[in-house]
Design a protein around this ligand. Structure first.
Ligand code: RTP
Ligand code: MG
Length: 135
């Protein structure tokens, strides 16, 4: 076990549904601490750079359009095994496949509008945290 940091984004669909507090509450109840938080409107360039690993994928343009469709809440979460714990709390990418009690099962409406982002590894987390919050 080790204390890690991970990057979380509450996506435009969840912000529009007025469930920022409910989502943050799930992180806190699971033992993750919010150590940085910023509400912002992503530019096209910011969203493209953030999801650069997916730029050749067929869904890239839709993903960027969705992520810039309204404000998001970008957070750094800290705790024991934060990267994996956050992914477990989020549930599967497609909400139809997400386990009961997960954020995506309860708040996501589709594979595009899927409520939250979470870093998928400690390496991604370091890059993503620096991307939004600097060193
Ligand atoms: P995220 O990066 O947003 O936390 O999501 P993830 O790790 O669960 O999934 P990832 O493979 O990284 O994909 C990033 C986002 O792209 C959209 N996507 N659409 N239509 C499709 O087949 C498809 N696959 C992925 C999703 O909105 C996903 O969250
Ligand atoms: Mg991902």
């Amino acid at each position: 076990m080790s204390v890690e940091r991970t990057l979380s984004i509450i996506k435009p669909d969840a912000v529009a549904k007025n469930v920022i507090g409910e989502i943050v509450s799930r992180f806190e109840k699971a033992g993750l601490k919010v150590v940085a938080m910023q509400m912002k409107q992503l530019s096209k360039e910011e969203a493209e750079g953030f999801y650069a690993e997916h730029k050749e994928r067929p869904f890239f343009a839709d993903l960027v359009a969705f992520m810039t469709s309204g404000p998001v809440v970008v957070q750094v979460l800290e705790g024991e095994n934060a990267v994996l714990l956050n992914r477990e709390l989020m549930g599967a990418t497609n909400p139809k496949e997400a386990a009961e009690g997960t954020i995506r099962r309860d708040f996501a409406s589709s594979i595009d509008a899927n409520a939250v982002h979470g870093s998928d590894s400690t390496t991604s987390a370091a890059r993503e945290i620096a991307y939004f919050f600097g060193a």
